[in-house]
Every structure is written in C-alpha cells, then in structure tokens.
Write a protein that binds this ligand. Structure first.
Ligand SMILES: Cc1cc2nc3c(=O)[nH]c(=O)nc-3n(C[C@H](O)[C@H](O)[C@H](O)COP(=O)(O)O)c2cc1C
Length: 359
C-alpha cells in the first residue's frame, strides 16, 4: 500500500494509477473549478479558538443520525461508478465503512447494484436518487432500495441538469468497457452510457434521461412511493432549508456537489450556519465539499453541522488499495478529528460550539 500522511496527498498519489479520463472525471469540477478550489480554501481561512485546561483524557466521537449510531461523524458521499477506481468498487467502500462503523451513501449511478452492496454494510446505507423522466423507472428503483433495507433516501437537488465539466468534455469521458450504471441494467428500461457523439457520456445520459422538472411538489410523490426518511442533498440557502423543514424533510446536506455543478457558488462551509439555523433543531444538517482535515470536520460541527460527508479522498484510497485504502482514508480523517477535539478542549461532539471558530 502506498503510504500517505494526510488526505491532501492522495490525489497526486492516485493519479498515476488511473487512466487520464477516469482521473479527470473523479478530480474535476465544473467550468473554471473555482468552487472546487473554494470549498477547500475557505476551510483554511477559518481560525480556531481553542479552550485550555479541559479534561480530554477520554474522547467520544460517536453520534446518532436518523436512528443509527455512528462511531464518528464522517460519512461517505454518494459517488458514481466506483469500479473505475478499483475492481471491487462500491463493495470495497461499503466494507471499509462497515469496519469503521459509519454510513455509506450509494449513488443511483453506482457500478454495483444496490442489492449486492447492501449485505456488505452493517449500518443501513443511504441511497442517493436521481429522478428519471420515466417515473416508473425511479419508482421501481425505490421499491428495490426499500425492499433490501436501506436507511434513508437522499434526493440530490443541485442537479436539474448536469454541470459542464470541461475535463470530461475534452476527454469525451466514457466509463471503461464492462463498467456501467449497474442499477439501471436490472429489469426494464436498462441504460448504458455509451455514445459515439462528442461529449461526456454522463452529460448525454443526463440530458436524455434525467428529469429537470422536479419541484417541491414531488417530495409528496417520493414520500408516497418510498417509506424511508428523506434527506435533501445540495441545499445552500436558509430559505430553502426552512421550506424543506416545512415539508417534513428528515435531513439536509449542504453541498455544491464538490464543485461539479454550478461554478462560483458559495463554498459549502460558508452556507452551513445559515442552513442549520433555518432548518431548526429537528432536522440534522450535514455538509460536504473539500473536507480533508480533522479540523475541517470540527469547524463544520462548530458552525452547526451534525456530520460531514467525504467524497474524492475515498476514491483515491480505493484506487490505491481497495477496501484497505478507503479504511486508511477514513481512519486518518477520524484520528485527525480526535486530535483536533483534544486540542480544542472538547471531549465529545456536543462540546464543539460556535465559540471555537472565527470566520
Ligand atoms: C466522481 C464523483 C462522482 C459523484 N457522483 C455523485 C452522484 O452520483 N450523486 C450525487 O449526489 N453526488 C455525486 N458526487 C458528489 C459527491 O456526493 C459530493 O457531494 C462531493 O464529492 C463532495 O466533495 P469532495 O469530493 O470535495 O469531498 C460525485 C462526486 C464525485 C467526485
């Protein structure tokens, strides 16, 4: 296994292991990648105000989310097509999340089926949904997810259309042969990404199949066809958070899709306090985008998040060493959070307050 000391080193270590088009698909963002950079940079600009002379000899990083107990407040974000990073793909990621007692979020566009992933997870995984124009296809998908015991439904709301990822356009990105959207190959309405035209295959798939007309009204439909707790991923404003809470949504993820959708949006950490305040105490708020350091996790919690999700570093760990690589990535981030808590005078997550950060 390639050794690494921190998560920021992973991208350059993984790069030589991957075909250029796959690396670019994983690493890239929309347009000028300004949001991609900002997500990370803004964390660095937030200063900590540690408390001293607190007994931190025993620290508890555990938390509860939608009825499940996690060992630490770091989940795996939904990411498509993980078999492009490692032959075990989502199965390896699921096993790593299981060994550390955290939750995996499975993408609609996973390269292993939801049924095959489920037994590899101890905690019930969350399922991320993209709504297809053929609603029957989405309904069938949701039935399968509920039937095999997923723990929550995550509706991605920042993707009515796919952001323009110029690296993928230049590479005419296509998944390598033998790797496809596994969930869509089951039953009717099967889909492949293949196309001979000159654009990213994912962009073309979205343009052809994804429903850009989803609105607040559709939350009722989703609730009707799927009994799982509903989480919205991609909320960036207080007014939308309030509206979501009024609709009875069970959780929110502050996200700009890791800078892959609308470029020049606010860095996610800058939206957390507003969203958490508007959502109220009954709706847990999570955040993703650029989380690479334990201090980032602590800052997110200080500003009102209950937990964070981590994206690309998981793919880099997967590319470097499959399940063991992902385990090391999540362990490194968990251990950094543990150290950051000790150094800030926090013995548990509930000790992490707004007073610890200056933005
Ligand atoms: C390669 C890749 C694929 C992704 N696929 C999905 C997806 O299928 N559904 C989704 O809601 N978000 C998807 N995302 C966004 C992530 O869930 C998450 O919001 C983002 O990666 C977090 O930022 P980070 O990578 O800086 O940690 C993807 C991100 C990457 C990097």
């Amino acid at each position: 296994m390639t050794t690494f000391v921190n998560l920021l080193e992973l991208e350059s270590l993984a790069k030589p292991r991957l075909p250029t088009a796959v690396f670019d698909y994983f690493a890239g963002g929309a347009h000028d990648e300004i949001t991609l950079d900002a997500n990370r940079r803004v964390y660095d600009a937030i200063a900590l105000r540690p408390r001293v002379l607190v007994d931190v000899s025993h620290r508890d990083l555990s938390t509860t989310l939608l009825g499940q107990r996690l060992a630490f407040p770091i989940l795996v974000a939904p990411m498509a097509l993980q078999r492009m990073a490692h032959t075990d793909g989502e199965l390896a990621t699921a096993r790593a999340a299981t060994s550390l007692q955290t939750i995996l979020t499975v993408s609609t566009l996973s390269s292993v089926t939801v049924e095959d992933i489920r037994p590899a997870c101890a905690l019930a995984p969350w399922f991320q949904i993209y709504v297809h124009q053929e609603r029957a296809l989405t309904e069938a998908m949701l039935e399968r997810v509920a039937a095999c015991g997923y723990g929550a439904l995550v509706l991605t709301v920042d993707t009515p259309v796919l952001g323009r990822r110029e690296r993928d356009v230049r590479n005419t990105f296509q998944p390598p042969p033998g790797i496809a959207f596994a969930n869509m190959m089951v039953g009717k309405g099967g889909a492949t990404t293949g196309s001979a035209e000159r654009d990213s295959a994912l962009a073309m798939y979205f343009a052809a199949r994804h429903d850009a007309g989803v609105t607040w009204k559709d939350l009722e439909w989703l609730r009707r066809v799927c009994p799982l707790p509903l989480v919205l991923k991609g909320v960036m404003r207080g007014d939308d958070a309030k509206r979501a809470a009024d609709h009875g949504v069970n959780g929110l993820i502050v996200s700009n899709h890791g800078g892959r959708q609308l470029d020049t949006t606010l860095a996610t950490i800058r939206a957390v306090a507003e969203v958490a305040e508007a959502a109220g105490t009954g709706v847990p708020v999570l955040v993703d985008g650029g989380v690479r350091r334990g201090t980032d996790v602590l800052k997110a919690i200080a500003l009102g998040a209950r937990a964070v999700l981590v994206g690309r570093p998981v793919l880099w760990g997967l590319a470097l060493d499959g399940e063991a690589g992902v385990t090391r990535v999540l362990t490194a981030l968990r251990d950094e959070l543990d150290t950051a808590m000790a150094l800030c005078g926090c013995a548990s997550l509930s000790d992490i307050g707004r007073d610890l950060v200056v933005i």
